[in-house]
Design a protein around this ligand. Structure first.
Ligand code: ZN
Length: 298
């Protein structure tokens, strides 16, 4: 069961497996992310009833199934208009993209078609860009939080910042070991902004975990984890090796056991983001030898 927690003057967070944000002003509401499925949509409807508010719009911060899986049910139930950043909107409307890219672009196997990686599709009514946008009198600011997902955004309103999956709580970090990341350089740059307090809000409402007053220490732990992963990959490349060897080496270096296919493939994306970061920095390169694709230090 999700619990409704008040953050700022007009902001709430429905704490659950993945959090859902609410902005309520004079009976009008804006929803930030939809949760995983129709059960989360029901909980949003219940919370809005408690707050005596009617929702006009749903904003999706990024198109991961646990953040937009309930969007179609919410749209149907409450008649809200759905908004998402351009790149992420393509996935909200075509959710198969998520397991498709996890499976290297091929039609995904069954274990990647569960609801945590394959959401229900939902039509998007409007695209979001960085800057200020007014929803029925509720003016919010859209800020870039790229890295964890290619087009992830955060949403600022008054004293609160809904900051999506820019960072994870410690429990999630230790559960997954290797946090999901599509662009390691961008993810690290985003985390540094929290550490440098570039966004001076009073309340930070993340996609997972509790509301924070100061996210800098947690952002630092998240950044160091990504950097540690990248360093381990570079260490492992003391001798050229293939992707499977890197995955095994990363797991043993971090004391991690891959639980299932989704966990393995999610971690593999982060390995790729580490390799891309190292390659971009001129540190490593891929080559083919004896029909093996191998990586080596330069
Ligand atoms: Zn996410």
């Amino acid at each position: 069961m999700a619990s409704l927690v008040k953050a700022g003057r007009n902001t709430w967070l429905l704490l659950g497996g993945s959090n859902i944000g609410l902005i309520v002003v004079e009976g009008k509401a804006l929803i930030v992310d939809s949760g995983l499925d129709k059960d989360s949509a029901r909980e949003v409807a219940k919370a809005l009833e408690e707050l005596g508010a009617k929702a006009h719009a749903l904003i999706i911060t990024h198109a991961h199934a646990d953040h937009f899986g309930g969007a179609a049910a919410l749209k149907e139930r409450l008649g809200v208009k759905v908004f998402a950043p351009k790149f992420e909107a393509a996935v909200v409307e075509n959710p198969v993209f998520e397991p498709l890219w996890l499976f290297g672009g091929a039609s995904p196997v069954k274990p990647l078609r569960g609801k945590f990686t394959l959401a229900k599709p939902c039509p998007v009514d409007g695209l979001l860009e960085e800057g200020t946008i007014n929803f029925e009198g509720i003016e919010v600011k859209i800020l870039p939080l790229y890295g964890h997902a290619p087009g992830q955004i955060g949403l600022a309103f008054e004293d609160s910042f809904f900051c999506a999956d820019a960072f994870f709580p410690l429990e999630t970090l230790s559960k997954h070991g290797i946090p999901y990341c599509t662009d390691m350089d961008l993810a690290i740059a985003t985390l540094k902004k929290f550490e440098e307090k570039a966004w001076p809000f009073e309340f930070f409402l993340p996609g997972h975990g509790d509301i924070l007053k100061d996210p800098a220490p947690l952002a630092e732990v998240n950044r160091k984890r990504l950097e540690e992963i990248r360093d381990k990959v570079l260490d492992l490349l003391a001798t050229p090796c293939d992707e499977a060897t890197l995955m095994r080496g990363l797991a043993s270096a971090l004391g991690l056991a891959y639980r299932d296919l989704p966990h393995y493939y999610l971690c593999r994306t982060t390995l790729y983001s580490a390799l891309a970061s190292l390659e971009g920095g001129g540190m490593v390169e891929a080559f083919i030898e004896g029909n093996n694709l191998l990586w080596r230090r330069i």
